[in-house]
Design a protein around this ligand. Structure first.
Ligand code: ZN
Ligand code: ZN
Length: 383
């Protein structure tokens, strides 16, 4: 199950209805915060209050957050991180947290040479290493927060990522894919994107699960205990010249699930490799009438986002990160639908929406209402 709570759908300038970026992804192994822009912790608390008021799961307990994924350093995607970290410390959090995001290649070189406190001169004001330095100076260290924090910064062009320990020491140069310690089924992969600063989208994959072996169906085989152990260990067994395959005795399993969230990007810009995602959440800052502005600022229009969805073979497209000038979401939808094939559903998100991929790959859209949710089924189970 992957359940994305979208807590802000405006671009850099908030409106009366829309806050800046910030989402919480609920998985079977824990929670993931994505792009916490300003005011994130209040929006996170409001989402928890709504969930409590309507009962049921998930509860979105902040202590279950194991990772923060940043798409780039623009402040509408990062400015809410430090206050939330500090509140987590005040709330007595002890669980470790890892924060990941991309930096420029030149920043990465300096990081490798001089560690986390490397001097940055010519780099962008919003460079993520500069922000990590500031956050640490303002108290975002394991010692001050009271829980272990690690930073994972990457150079997308070079495919190089590094983990920084709390004392600013570079621990390791690592691969781009990762999972928080102790998580076995959920993996994060940065996805190349194209923006005015170093950027990436994030792909989240939940591994498939094999069906359970039905022991009663094995009984007629009259296996000895040793044969049984061997069958489970190697998945097959030779018995009397016949080959027994364990998989034939399994009940139905569940497929792998995947979600891609774009961050800010031009379109074309996001390069989604690997299996077709169940859901693509893509920025759509502008409408077609501001196409040139989208090109100039390396943002997407909703039709551009739809073209990326087609290229990525996404099963469902959800649009977000709207400019303050976008007041009618039906226009956003129309422009995307004009590009999308009929069998690819699309939603234009509002603050508080949920996108839920269940264990079988069915995708639902949940919109908040008093006392609960209005649920729309977007895609059926994938068997
Ligand atoms: Zn933005
Ligand atoms: Zn941006």
């Amino acid at each position: 199950m992957l359940d994305l709570h979208v807590l802000g759908t405006s671009s850099a300038r908030p409106t009366t209805e829309r806050a800046v970026s910030g989402s919480v992804l609920s998985t079977t192994e824990g929670l993931v915060v994505m792009d916490p822009g300003e005011g994130f912790q209040e929006r996170f608390a409001a989402a928890r209050r709504h969930l409590r008021s309507v009962g049921g799961e998930p509860r979105l307990r902040p202590r279950r957050v194991g990772a923060v994924l940043l798409s780039h350093g623009h402040l509408d995607h990062t400015w809410g991180l430090l206050p939330w970290l500090q509140t987590s410390g005040l709330d007595g959090r002890t669980e470790p947290l890892e924060v990941a995001g991309p930096v420029a290649a030149s920043t990465f070189d300096r990081l490798l040479a001089d560690g986390c406190d490397a001097a940055l001169d010519g780099e962008e004001p919003s460079d993520l290493l500069r922000q990590v330095q500031q956050w640490r100076a303002l108290g975002a260290t394991s010692e001050r927060l009271g829980f272990p924090v690690r930073w994972r910064l990457g150079d997308m062009d070079g495919g190089r990522w590094a983990v920084i320990e709390d004392d600013g020491r570079l621990v390791d140069v690592v691969g781009a894919e990762w999972s928080p310690a102790g998580w076995a089924k959920v993996r994060f992969t940065p996805v190349a994107s194209s923006h005015s600063v170093a950027s990436c989208g994030w792909r989240v994959d939940h591994a498939a699960r094999q069906g359970k072996v039905d022991a009663t169906r094995l009984e007629p085989l009259r296996l000895t205990e040793d044969e049984r152990l061997l069958l489970f260990r190697q998945g097959h067994l030779e018995q009397g010249g016949e080959r027994i395959e364990l998989d034939r005795y399994r009940g139905p399993g569940t497929p792998s699930l995947s979600l891609v969230v774009s961050g800010d990007t031009a379109a074309p810009g996001l390069v989604v490799d690997g299996p077709a995602p169940d859901l693509l959440v893509h920025e759509a800052t502008f409408l077609d009438n501001e196409h040139e502005k989208a090109v100039a600022h390396l943002h997407s229009t909703s039709s551009g986002a739809a073209r990326t969805a087609v290229q990525s073979d996404a099963r469902v497209l959800a649009l977000t990160h709207f400019s303050a000038r976008v007041t009618d979401l039906s226009e956003v939808l129309q422009e995307a639908q004009a590009v999308l094939p009929e069998d690819v559903p699309c939603v234009a998100l509002v603050d508080g929406d949920r996108l839920r991929i269940d264990a079988h790959g069915a995708v639902e859209h949940h919109r908040r209402r008093d006392g609960g949710w209005t649920v729309t089924r977007l895609a059926e189970s994938r068997r």
